[in-house]
Design a protein around this ligand. Sequence first.
Ligand code: TYD
Ligand code: MG
Length: 455
Amino acid sequence: MAKSKSVYFCQNCGAESAKWIGKCPSCGEWNTYIEQIITKSSKQTQLSYASEKQVPQKMSEIQSRKEGRISTRIIELDRILGGGLVSGSMILIGGEPGIGKSTLALQVALKLDHLKILYISGEESPQQIKMRAERINLKNDNCYILSETLLENIFTHSLNLEPDLLIIDSIQTLYSDKLESSAGTVSQIRETAASLLKFAKEKNVPVFLIGHITKDGTLAGPKVLEHIVDTVLQFEGDHNHMYRILRTTKNRFGSTSELGIFEMGSKGLREVSNPSEILITQSDENLSGTTIAATINGVRPLLIEIQALVSSAAYGTPQRSSTGFDNRRLGMLLAVLEKRAGFRLAQKDVFLNIAGGIKVDDPATDLSVIASVLSSNLDLPIEKNICFAGEVGLTGEIRPVTRVEQRISEADKLGFKKIYISKYNSKGLDTSKFKIEIVKVSKVEELFRSLFKKN
Ligand code: TYD
Ligand code: MG
């Protein structure tokens, strides 16, 4: 007879405990332990998807396979994945409800009309999916839709149909009848994801998993889920903005700092192939506090607008707040301006905003942040055809940044007249091929003088 016992799992990290505890010793979160009844049966030890037996092999005996990449026919998505879908890989797309995960997955399914796709939804009925497909106005006769949440049935259908791509919407709705706990619990997610991975690797079929995220923005379910899959994509964006940003946080087959920008419209998601143009306000007016930073995201240069507002502190303690930029880094840059260049900012409120809802962590943004703060503080605008790429050190020195040539070339291409870079970045730099004027600065004071002293 099946024996059952109760076990407690941390819903944050998946740690297991025999009794309830308030604070998870593994991840430090409070109140995350939930009781689950585990029924032990003789089948228990096997995953739902039983695989063929493997024996140890010599490295030289393993047949190497050319890494087959399947294009998703969405250029932005291909680039984020590192050049297309790798066969047999498992990709997790996480994001808030309503951000567009199902839309993106369906768009991929319908665009790949030369492949057989199995789209499994545990959230929507086939009719609802059909309505969505009509809305995005794509047709694919090779796309099969299945509303199913039981893992064992999913495998039966997948083995019968032999699809070239499997899409699961979402991993939290799946359950295996080997476990008694309900769908979405740590043990179910772990079991279903591990079985799907086995299936993907053995049948060499890429699997797209859609995952929910929790209130604080992390992927719901155990951390092990992120370890299991090959690639983790985060779909981000503000509901009030049209733009949606897809970024890689883990990728076994490519870079993790890639970023793709999409626009949600009435016909689904449209890729934005020239993001620099949309991220910069198209106004002719020169406004104080606004500058352009030449950043790099993954392999792609991106020019983004940095806005700063410096005003006298309304309350005793000045506020420092930033969106899209690290608050502590902003604090550090303000301290450098105060200490090394003598600007009195201690009694000022400073707000910083990266336009378009983008988050940056490229240190080359520092120079633009400093220029924006100075510009707003003095209420003197900086011309719109100037951009910046440089890191600022604690002594107020402007430090070199990586791939400066690529940044300059992008700024040049977009018609900027002047770019400020670090003096130490000029080694081996061939400036003759650019039309753009390159200004080299070595200290914050020098930047200040160059920008404002002639006015
Ligand atoms: P959806 O893909 O259902 O989000 P998720 O699966 O991440 O929960 O996206 C739904 C949102 O997208 C919804 O608010 C409506 C909007 N949308 C459009 O604006 N245009 C469209 O063509 C589609 C299909 C959806
Ligand atoms: Mg959905």
